[in-house]
Write a protein that binds this ligand. Structure first.
Ligand code: ATP
Length: 558
């Protein structure tokens, strides 16, 4: 077991000394009671067999049965208490890891692959499983196993020496077996991940697979992955079986060694038969925790690796929970020398953008596909950070704002709207919990989403599945517009809002834009729609960002 794993273990045990003390006390009681059956054997063979007094046998038998019952009880109690050790530590790790996943800053989050992020969140579970109650119980049995060897030494030191020898052999065999299994375990985990990624491809890319000839190669990949998994599982099973068989053989050999040596001692008159049988039982009990130790030690070593993954993940930059707030945001927006280079790219996508959007103006973003319209909207929303320059709102850099406050000032309609897998009502209320039912319906009407909701079987209470992707794209966009408006912010960010909308939906977007402009909202809108570009008071062409076009005010979309 590595030093790191011991540190982790010590941390858990120290985190609740009262529970640790109770587990130790229960272990002491259980192990002391565990001596009873050995002494029972000695007494029955030495006293009852010699003197034949039935009442002695009855008393001893009742005594040992009670001891066994109490030992069972103490072991059960110990498991229950041990299960509570580290509960708070697990909650801290698990919540912390998921919290990082939720609040990772953009860019920081993409530095880790999806698989690494999944692994990091799973690491908390792996650590908790490694320090589960049964494994902790093994640890607490170890000092008492040494105690059993001491008792054997008091009865017969040659038999104690045999016990020590077999204990060392068992630990060695266990460690060898674990080393043997470790590499297969790693391959098995990798093969499992490969198979899982094929399942994901088949589910997520179902239509593409069916339409564009993906089924045959995918099935071929699956057969190869399933075969590899089966082979590795068999290999693992073989090695586990071999380890178990080695442990059993060592146990049997130990029995033979004890009985053979003990028999010689009995013949020489240095030991009685009762003590020999009793010692044999004690030696068996002493060996058991050491046989399990190698296995437990391995899971603790894996917990250490999981902890290292978590520590690495904990270095992910997350959003600051606090920051500046303004008494009132008027809607003024400024881009100052804004420069952004996407992760993995060497050339800036957006270079030294400078622009001021006075409150109540509509800024349209245009440019070819991939020119950075969505990226600019994400930068304004604070979902990505520029490498140089800044986005300012009412003269303050937005990165200085408390993220929760800034999110309340903006309503964002993303190009690919997604929702939480909750009801439509929940999704809207999460954006603004203060909305009444009447306001919700008015909002849906404003965004032209009332029919989309009416078409759903349970109206507002319809649960969304697959992040809303099961809704028709036009309905999804209208609902996302309603959600953006629900926030009630002064700044509205719309990314291709008319994409996939029919003429009625497009008219709703135009009407909404006019209404937003009339009510003094600042709107940033990425679009290829010529009428939107005409209706905007400012147009930023990301293909030629130096030439911001100032459109004639008063143009109206119809
Ligand atoms: N976090 C990121 N990680 C990797 N690449 C990124 C990231 N952000 C932006 N990019 C890259 O920047 C480029 C611009 O993408 P963006 O979606 O902003 O363009 P767009 O103008 O909105 O395109 P479209 O008109 O097709 O919607 C793309 O090549 C995209 O892959």
């Amino acid at each position: 077991m590595s030093g790191g794993a011991i540190g982790l273990l010590a941390l858990r045990l120290r985190s609740n000394l009262r529970l640790t003390g109770r587990v130790f006390a229960a272990s002491l009681a259980a192990n002391l009671l565990g001596l009873a059956s050995s002494f029972y054997t000695m007494l029955v063979l030495n006293r009852y067999v010699t003197h034949g007094v039935d009442s002695t046998l009855a008393a001893l038998t009742v005594g040992v049965v009670l001891s066994i019952a109490f030992e069972h009880l103490f072991r059960h109690v110990r498991l229950r208490i041990a299960g509570r050790i580290g509960r708070a530590e697990h909650e801290r790790l698990s919540t912390g890891a998921f919290g990082i996943l939720l609040t990772a800053r953009s860019g920081a989050e993409s530095a880790e692959s999806d698989a690494a992020r999944r692994e990091a969140v799973r690491a908390a579970e792996q650590i908790d499983a490694a320090f589960g109650s049964a494994n902790l119980a093994t640890l607490f049995d170890l000092p008492f196993a040494l105690g059993f060897i001491l008792v054997v030494a008091l009865i017969s030191w040659p038999l104690a020496a045999i016990c020590v020898l077999f204990t060392i052999l068992s630990i060695g065999a266990g460690l060898l077996a674990q080393t043997d299994m470790r590499a297969v375990g790693r391959d098995l985990a990798q093969a499992g991940a490969n198979a899982q990624s094929l399942v994901t491809s088949a589910i997520v890319g179902r239509d593409a697979v069916a339409l564009f000839g993906g089924a045959k190669p995918l099935l071929g990949d699956w057969q190869a992955a399933a075969k590899a998994l089966r082979t590795l599982r068999e290999r693992m099973s073989m090695r586990q079986g071999r380890a178990q068989s080695a442990a059993q053989s060592l146990q049997a050999l130990q029995g033979v060694a004890v009985i053979a040596t003990g028999a010689v001692l009995v013949v020489r008159g240095e030991l009685d038969v009762g003590s020999l049988i009793g010692v044999n039982l004690l030696v068996g009990r002493a060996l058991a925790p050491f046989t399990r130790l190698a296995q437990v030690g391995e899971s603790w070593a894996m917990a250490r690796q999981a902890q290292a993954r978590l520590e690495q993940f904990a270095r992910t930059a997350v959003e600051a929970p606090t920051g500046t707030t303004l008494p009132r945001y008027t809607g003024t927006l400024e881009l100052r020398d804004l420069t952004y280079t996407p992760p993995g790219s060497v050339t800036p996508l957006l270079r030294r953008l400078n622009l001021t959007v006075p409150a109540g103006n509509i800024l349209a973003l245009k440019g070819r596909n991939g020119s950075g319209k969505t990226t600019l909207i994400r930068l304004i929303a604070g979902l990505a950070d520029p490498q140089e320059g800044a986005v300012l709102a009412d003269g303050v850099e937005i990165r200085k704002f408390a993220p929760s406050w800034w999110r309340q000032q903006i309503g964002l309609l993303p190009q690919e709207p997604t929702f939480l897998n909750r009801t439509i009502r929940d999704n809207l209320l999460l954006a603004n919990p203060r909305l009444s039912d009447t306001e919700l319906h008015a909002l849906l009407h404003r965004a032209g989403a009332d029919r989309a909701v009416a078409d759903c079987a349970q109206g507002l209470d319809t649960p969304l599945r697959n992040f809303g992707h099961e809704l028709p794209v036009g309905h999804r966009r209208r609902l996302a517009l309603a959600r953006a408006l629900a926030v009630g912010g002064r700044l509205i960010l719309l990314d291709e809002p008319t994409d996939g909308l029919d003429s009625e939906g497009t008219a709703v977007v135009y009407r909404t834009l006019i209404e937003l402009a009339r009510t003094g909202h600042t709107v940033v809108i990425a679009s290829h729609d010529p009428r939107i570009l005409q209706g905007a008071s400012l147009v930023l062409d990301l293909d030629h960002p130096q030439d911001t076009v100032r459109a004639e005010p008063g143009l109206v979309m119809s």
